[in-house]
Design a protein around this ligand. Structure first.
Ligand SMILES: [Fe+2]
Ligand SMILES: [Fe+2]
Length: 159
């Protein structure tokens, strides 16, 4: 099956949103269960960012010659910020502390705006620029990515 970048990556955003919402819904009722959803969200988001930064964005950068400026440069910067907000929330989760509304809002708002730009501008642009073979190569490389590249928690700590 031939899938477009925009639809696949958009669906991955939606799935991650769902995990995050489940965490929020459950955190005051059953923290252990909420934490399972946080883990799915965290590992999934880390995987998504590695996919973008190491596989998808380089394709765009090769095609357009825009690397140190332009949309992927901005998206990479935003990933750093998202990563910081994610770790701030992760600290609360490690303490099993449900008082994390502020951390959640920061992360959610930043992520929403980021995803919106990718879905409306960057992904459609990549679909337009890339050949069918190039898109296939992206999906193949994503499958080959080893789990330990993204399934990491903070150093030395295992859930
Ligand atoms: Fe992104
Ligand atoms: Fe994304």
């Amino acid at each position: 099956m031939e899938e477009e970048i925009a639809s696949f990556y958009g669906k991955d955003h939606d799935q991650l949103d769902g995990y995050f919402r489940k965490f929020q819904e459950l955190k005051k009722k059953d923290y252990a269960q909420a934490k399972e959803f946080f883990k799915k969200f965290k590992f999934g988001l880390q995987r998504h960012i590695v996919w973008e930064e190491e596989i998808l964005f380089p394709l765009f950068e090769r095609k357009t010659g825009m690397k140190d400026f332009g949309p992927t440069f901005v998206m990479r910067e935003e990933h750093r910020q998202i990563g910081q907000f994610l770790e701030a929330l992760h600290e609360k989760v490690q303490q099993q502390n449900p008082e994390s509304d502020q951390e959640e809002d920061l992360l959610w708002n930043t992520l929403k705006q980021h995803n919106h730009k990718e879905e409306n501008v960057l992904y459609p642009e990549i679909d337009q620029q890339a050949s069918v073979a190039e898109r296939k190569e992206v999906f193949r490389s994503m499958q080959d990515l080893p789990e330990e590249r993204y399934k990491t928690c903070c150093q030395g700590h295992a859930h």
